[in-house]
Structure formats: C-alpha cells, structure tokens
Design a protein around this ligand. Structure first.
Ligand code: ASP
Length: 332
C-alpha cells in the first residue's frame, strides 16, 4: 500500500469528459436534477417484498468486482444482488485474505482485474482517498463505485436514505430531519446530509454527545442540538446512527447504558417527534444502544424498507454509470 494517496490531495473527478457521472465517489457536487434522476430510476427498480425482484439486462456482458478492504456483509450482498439482477458477472474479493497479505499494491490488484475485463470496481476501505486515487488511474471504460470510505462518504447509502424518506414523506422542502448519534465518524450521515441538503430538505438537525459531533466547518446549514429531546420536537424523520467504535480510541467509546439513556431512540422519546415520524438506522444496529428493539421493530420503523431500497439504488447507480461509461467510449 505504499502507493496510497495522501488524504485530501487527490481530488479526481467522478465525471467523464462529457460531464456525466462515470464513477460514484461522493454525492457532493451532484445536482438536484442528477439526484432526482437517480432516485427516480431507483424507484423504478423497487419491488415490495413478496414480489419477485426487478431484473433487466442493463449490465449483460459486464463484470462487477467487489473489493472490500473493510468487513461488510450487508452492503456487499446488496451490491452483488444488484449487479446480478442487471445481468452482470460478479466476483467478490475478500481483500483481507488475498493480495494485501501477499504485499501486492492495490493498483496491481486493480490492473489485474481490469485486464480480466472487470468494468465496475465496487470498493470499501477504512481509510480516506482510495476510490478517487484508483478512479484517476483506471482505463477509460472502468468505473469506480464507492461502497463506503472511512468516515467520509457512502453515496449509495445516502441515496437509499433519501429514497426511503421520499417514499414515506414526499416533498423534501416540508421536512424536518434529525440525524442523531456518532456524527463525527459517520460516512452515512455525511452522504445523507449531502443528498438531503441538495434535495432542498426544510430543516436538517444534528444531535449527539459533544465529543461525537462533527467540526463546525462541516454539515453547513444544519441546526445543532445538545439536547436530544429538543432536537426531536416536531421532526418528520429520525435517523439513528451506529456508534462507530472501530473508528474511536477506547477512551472515547461511550458506555452503552449511559448512551441509550442520553441519546438512544426509545418509544418514550419518539413521542416527541411528529406522530407519523419515521425512524431509520443504516445497520448494523446496536439494539438497546442507539435504538431500542421496541422502536426498531415498531410501526414507525422503516429500517427494512431501507435495506430493500438499497438494492434498487445500487441497480440504478450501476445502470447509470455503465451507460455513461459507454457513451464515453463512443465519444471521440
Ligand atoms: N453499514 C453502514 C456503513 O458501512 C453503516 C454502519 O456501518 O454503521 O457505513
């Protein structure tokens, strides 16, 4: 990994020379129209559980490689199902057990996959910078899809959260949305904020323990609350975030019971929100910490809908970037 980028230095574009999205690395910089088009296509791929899932051949003949340098089951399976339902070949590389251990650089792995005709590389990494670094170095027909980058970016999660909110609540302009918990370490919160702000959400609120709030320079335009009860008043959407213990030093890991008492979403607390407020969590949930089981499994929870929407969103993103990469190939 000696060829690792220095975070912040690498800002390679996610757009092709025609200005269209060729990679998806971050939701920052996407226009409201682009986000809406992605949400509309995602909605086209949504089926209710019990129905057969949507399928088409948008990715027939294409190969999608999942490279996860950080453990994941849910997101990897979601990308895999999305790619297969669009007719792609899929390979999963467990990067913990393969090339890194043998000392191969990430770029060598990427070039090997590219030489085997992989067209889309879905990547997750615990450190910032890898997706943009790789996107700046792959062949023109290869697309990079960020499946979770450190605390920074998780664009398909941001889209699935926006889609879930739109399905249940309609127009963003009229909504108050609360993101609560470990905001400092949350790529889910950053991508959700980018999507929701661009989509014109009426009010975005943040609440969490002082030491888990992001820098003031981040999340511009939001309202910050130290008191969860005040933050919950009258909101339409409550998004609880996982405590990212893997990104904290031991001294910063909150005590579970104390955290639940102060910031956990309990049935009692939820009464402060609008009566028809929805409750979201990106998973994996720590039941009894960020959210009680009663709320997670209760009538206001849309957590399963988020998971269902995740596959549809990933289908929409895969279909879009592959289509855009094709038009690039044809361009002079
Ligand atoms: N699964 C999401 C992610 O990878 C959320 C989480 O881990 O808390 O970012």
């Amino acid at each position: 990994l000696s060829k690792r980028p220095t975070p912040g230095l690498e800002q390679s574009s996610q757009r092709g020379h025609d200005g269209r999205l060729r990679h998806l690395i971050s939701l920052a910089g996407l226009s409201r129209t682009e986000l809406t088009e992605l949400l509309d296509l995602s909605q086209f791929y949504v089926r209710t559980p019990g129905e057969l899932p949507a399928r088409d051949q948008s990715l027939a003949g294409h190969t999608v490689a999942n490279l996860f340098f950080e453990p994941s089951t849910r997101t990897r399976v979601s990308f895999e199902l999305a790619a297969r339902r669009l007719g792609a070949d899929v390979v999963n590389l467990d990067m913990h057990s393969s090339s890194r251990v043998k000392g191969e650089t990430v770029l060598d792995t990427i070039y090997t996959l590219q030489a085997m005709h992989a067209d889309v590389l879905v990547m997750r990494d615990a450190e910032p910078g890898l997706p943009a670094f790789v996107a700046g170095r792959v062949a023109p027909h290869v697309s990079i899809l960020n499946a979770g980058e450190a605390h920074l970016s998780h664009p398909t999660q941001g889209l699935l959260d926006a889609l879930t909110i739109r399905q249940h609540k309609g127009e963003f302009g009229a909504l108050k949305v609360l993101l609560v918990g470990d905001l400092a370490h949350s790529r889910v919160a950053r991508s959700a904020w980018q999507a929701l702000a661009t989509l014109g959400t009426g009010e975005i609120r943040l609440a969490g323990p002082e030491h888990l709030l992001p820098e003031d320079s981040e999340f511009t335009g939001v309202t910050r609350f130290a008191d969860i009860d005040k933050a919950l008043a009258d909101v339409d959407v409550v998004m609880a975030l996982r405590i990212q213990t893997e990104r904290m030093s031991a001294a910063h890991i909150p005590d579970n019971a104390a955290y639940c008492r102060e910031f956990g979403i309990t049935a009692e607390r939820l009464k402060l929100a609008k009566p028809d407020a929805i409750v979201m969590h990106p998973g994996p949930m720590n039941r009894g910490v960020e959210i009680t089981a009663e709320v997670a499994d209760g009538p206001q929870s849309v957590i399963q809908a988020q998971v269902t929407n995740g596959v549809a969103v990933r289908m929409a993103v895969l279909a879009t970037i592959v289509r855009n990469a094709h038009s690039q190939r044809k361009a002079p």
